[in-house]
Design a protein around this ligand. Structure first.
Ligand SMILES: NC(=O)c1ccc[n+]([C@@H]2O[C@H](COP(=O)([O-])OP(=O)(O)OC[C@H]3O[C@@H](n4cnc5c(N)ncnc54)[C@H](O)[C@@H]3O)[C@@H](O)[C@H]2O)c1
Length: 288
């Protein structure tokens, strides 16, 4: 089965991961980044990731070359015009995403799916920015996208059956399990996960235990692969703050109100692994 042409907008943690997933499942990928340097860095990162998998015997060298050759990078949104599906994965900010969706609606060919990888924002508000809200849905990958098996397919009230069916088919072709979910903040996973992460920060703020001990407790006591602070740092503290803000905005439940120390770290530019420092210091510990 020949692949589709997949456009990805945003070359951060998630955009890069989704590009790898799509290319591995035989799709041609056009990745749009605003700056040439980031686009090139993303391609170099993909090659490094594939080379590591070859080294570990998880991927054949010829396959790795073919996968890398399927991904191109661009700085122009116009290069996404003939994509069959475009997945937006830029910063979790409604105003920025709305502007982009209006442009995507103008640029991308009719009949294509335009999807957002948003973690929490209302998909319908992005859909109505385009002239064809029936073609817009959420395709929410998890971090790191190549490793995580779940993808939430989010159905805004405006989406057509064809759009949801095509999104599910795309996700399954990527080798992932799709779950369909209504367009409500946090969908399934973040709706349940983020009160837990936020309450871990509250325990730390109350001096109940150290960051390290809370992480150890949840690993050893619940058999979680990582503790809440390691997970917040992996997700990115700016993204985590935006997720909690969106959840709080929707439900006004105090469990979702972001804890002050999370907001302070973001204000200081300490965003977790991606900036080298968050709840943990990855630069001095060499963990990065
Ligand atoms: N980090 C996670 O664990 C995770 C998981 C699932 C979904 N998401 C969602 O994926 C999306 C991207 O998150 P990420 O973790 O990759 O973030 P990131 O910080 O790694 O990357 C954000 C990207 O957005 C770009 N960007 C910033 N401002 C922009 C603007 N004004 N116009 C266009 N592009 C802009 C940045 O250059 C960067 O490429 C968000 O919607 C987030 O909620 C994140």
């Amino acid at each position: 089965m020949s692949g589709m042409r997949v456009g990805i907008v945003g070359s951060g943690i998630m955009g890069s991961g989704i590009a790898e997933c799509a290319a591995k499942s035989g799709h041609d990928v056009v990745l749009r980044s605003r700056k040439r340097e980031t686009a090139d860095a993303m391609l170099a990162g993909l090659e490094r990731s594939l080379a590591k998998q070859v080294e570990r015997g998880k991927l054949d060298e010829t396959d790795a070359k073919e996968i890398a050759a399927r991904v191109t990078a661009t700085t122009s949104l116009d290069d996404l015009a003939d994509c069959d599906i475009v997945i937006e994965s830029i910063v979790e900010d409604m105003a920025t995403k709305k502007e982009l969706f209006a442009e995507l609606g103008r640029v991308v060919k009719q009949g294509a799916i335009i999807a957002t990888n948003t973690s929490t924002l209302p998909v319908v508000e992005l859909a109505v920015q385009t002239s064809r809200p029936e073609s817009v849905c959420g395709i929410h990958f998890f971090n790191p996208a190549p490793a995580m098996t779940l993808v939430e397919v989010v159905r805004p009230i405006t989406a057509s059956e064809e759009t949801i069916a095509a999104a599910i088919a795309f996700v399954e072709r990527c080798g992932k399990t799709a779950v369909e979910v209504k367009d409500q903040a946090g969908f399934i996973v973040n709706n349940l996960l983020f009160p837990y992460l936020n309450n871990a920060v509250r325990l730390y703020e109350q001096g109940v235990a150290s960051i390290e001990d809370i992480d150890e407790a949840m690993k050893g006591g619940c058999n979680f692969p990582m503790g809440p602070f390691a997970l917040l740092d992996l997700v990115g503290l700016d993204t985590s703050l935006a997720i909690l803000d969106a959840l709080y905005e929707e439900f006004k439940d105090p469990n979702y109100a972001p804890r002050p120390s999370l907001r302070r770290l973001v204000a200081a530019g300490q965003l977790g692994r991606k900036s080298g420092k968050g709840f943990y210091d990855y630069e001095s510990s060499g963990k990065k």
